[in-house]
Design a protein around this ligand. Structure first.
Ligand code: NOJ
Ligand code: CA
Length: 553
């Protein structure tokens, strides 16, 4: 019988479909491309794949602007291709998680087109959030709120008679109108979508902006000057972030998930106050939530220890398992972040991750060598933590952020809506290098929809496959051993003499040591099974992690 708890300590690999593998040479990654790489995923040793959106989309926001929730973008394939991919993954023992984007549709969704063609006050408009403008002619937006990608969060429409009319709310790009979750049709339609993919054999869901669905918008909208920040949201009192009512929606979804055998899983993307994250992760709700604390920490022993301690305690209190993540399609790759002068933690003024970017990615102030050394140490440590590990395509290659993308080739709406002030997220979405040569480094037989730099050759799969000490082989070895550490969800801290060392024990005699300092430190007794850097003479170098196992009696 299928294990209902498979997700608790799973290693989940995020695929950004347009940038993974291109089967037909049009420069865009597709489902057949992924299916052809299932042996690679199996050899990597992951437990599940999370697919970022592959639905029909005009790509105003990389596919997070969905035209149709129950179909495949023709450029990426067909529903049959989806079934083939799902079957190939399952045959390889890999689960499949898909992305659900419930806060907003795209402006090309049939419901939004119907809303535009329908009059003010119509049932079609009620599925979204339409308001009259302020000022004499209604030509000022209903509030001064900013979209997360810059500019106003309201866009004015042209009515059927050709005159300027109402405004609609879009927390993200103007091509992403927010749904009205008070509308029963919206609720029903998402239940239908969740069933559609669950019936097709999908094992779980990643829920986009899970904390924004429920909105309470009074007649007079408060100014942005009095609104709390997204992740410091005055505990449920914000008009759209993290309202308590949002959990009623997820309770309904949980009932649906539990009708399946094994129950479908879900993980929330919710940028909320740390004290409130566990509501999303509760067994009566989505069951799991991303914990972005480690991603926002500097490469610093005290910050890491504090984040791990706190999150394990929270997971234990709610019955969820903890999640760990360093990289995804929204943030600068951690091999680059950790090479930044300030240590790699959160910087800038962003609310959704898109602004944690540096100027230029691979720019002169990035020490790529240090960044990679630390990323390897951090990832090896993370793969030994209890709970599930979320990996982002390319991190197993030690890939750096691509900084040198010309403005004309950028795609991220945050770059355009902020007039370049936010550099955007394209640098972590550049198609993967599979081979050191070829027109798109083996991404496909044609080009690549975002330009790949020449240094990608050094990170190619073929350049690392079978090469001792390569980042790819490090991930493979760690993932292969991981099951031996993950028999129970326990972690025991071990006191160290050196304040820059993190040391913990896991079940079955495993110990994990990370040296965050600048000098080598002596390793405890035990056999080194795997290390992120060269371990000689019983010494663990700076910026390095080792897994040790007690000598068997
Ligand atoms: C979070 C997604 O991860 C990001 O890529 C997207 O732009 C926003 N949600 C809006 O859907
Ligand atoms: Ca293609």
């Amino acid at each position: 019988m299928a294990d209902p708890d498979w997700w608790r300590q799973a290693a989940v690999y995020q695929i950004y479909p347009r940038s993974f593998a291109d089967s037909n040479g049009d420069g865009i990654g597709d489902l057949k491309g992924i299916t052809a790489r299932v042996p690679y995923l199996q050899r990597l040793g992951i437990d599940a794949v999370w697919l970022s959106p592959f639905y029909p989309s005009a790509l105003a926001d990389g596919g997070y602007d969905v035209d149709d929730y129950r179909d495949v973008d023709p450029r990426l394939g067909t529903l049959d291709d989806f079934d083939e991919l799902s079957a190939a993954l399952h045959a390889a023992g890999i689960k499949l998680v898909v992305d659900i984007v419930p806060n907003h549709s795209s402006n090309l969704h049939e419901w939004f087109r119907e809303a535009l063609a329908s009059p003010k006050g119509s049932a079609a408009r009620d599925r979204y959030i339409f308001r009259d403008g302020l000022g004499e002619n209604g030509d000022e937006p209903p509030s001064d709120w900013d979209s997360l990608f810059g500019g106003s969060a309201w866009e004015r429409v042209t009515e059927a008679d050709g005159n300027p009319g109402q405004w609609y709310l879009h927390l993200f790009a103007k091509e992403q109108p927010d749904f009205n979750w008070d509308n029963p049709e919206v609720r029903e339609d998402f239940l239908k979508t969740l069933r559609f993919w669950s019936d097709r054999g999908v094992d779980g869901f990643r829920i986009d902006v899970a904390h924004a669905l429920a909105k309470h918008l009074p007649e007079e909208l408060p100014s942005k000057l009095v609104l709390p920040r997204e992740d410091d949201n005055a505990l449920g009192a914000h008009p759209f972030w993290d309202r308590d009512e949002v959990h009623e929606i997820y309770a309904e979804w949980r009932t649906l998930f539990n009708e399946y055998e094994p129950p479908r899983t879900a993980v929330a993307e919710a940028w909320v106050h740390a004290d409130r994250l566990s509501r999303y992760a509760s067994p009566e709700g989505l069951g799991q939530a991303f914990n972005f604390d480690l991603l926002q920490a500097d490469f610093d022993v005290d910050q890491f220890r504090a984040v791990i301690t706190k999150n394990l305690a929270e997971a234990a209190a709610t019955g969820a398992s903890s999640t760990w993540v360093f990289s995804n399609h929204d943030v600068v790759r951690h091999a680059t972040r950790y090479g930044l002068p300030a240590g790699g933690g959160r910087r800038g003024k962003g609310q959704d991750g898109s602004q944690w970017l540096l100027d230029g990615g691979h720019a002169a102030d990035v020490d790529a060598e240090t960044g990679l050394r630390r990323a390897r140490a951090a990832s090896l440590m993370m793969l030994a933590l209890p709970g599930s590990a979320y990996l982002y395509q390319g991190e197993e290659l030690g890939l750096q952020e691509v900084g040198e993308i010309p403005a004309a080739e950028r795609q991220d709406p945050s770059f355009f809506r902020s007039a370049g002030e936010q550099i955007g997220r394209d640098g972590c979405r550049v198609p993967l290098p599979w081979t050191a040569e070829g027109p798109s480094f083996g991404f496909g037989p044609g080009g690549s929809h975002l330009p790949q730099p020449s240094w990608f050759a050094d990170f190619a799969v073929t350049a690392q496959d079978g090469v001792a000490g390569s980042t790819l082989e490090l991930y493979r070895a760690a993932l292969a051993l991981r099951a031996e550490l993950q028999t129970a969800e326990e972690l025991e801290w071990i006191a160290t003499d050196d304040a820059s060392v993190l040391h913990f024990a896991r079940p079955n005699g495993w110990q994990v040591v990370t040296n965050f300092g600048t000098e080598p430190v002596a390793l405890p007794a035990g056999d080194v099974a795997i290390a992120s850097g060269p371990v000689e003479g019983g010494l663990l170098p700076a910026d390095t992690t080792a897994w040790l196992v007690s000598a068997k009696a």
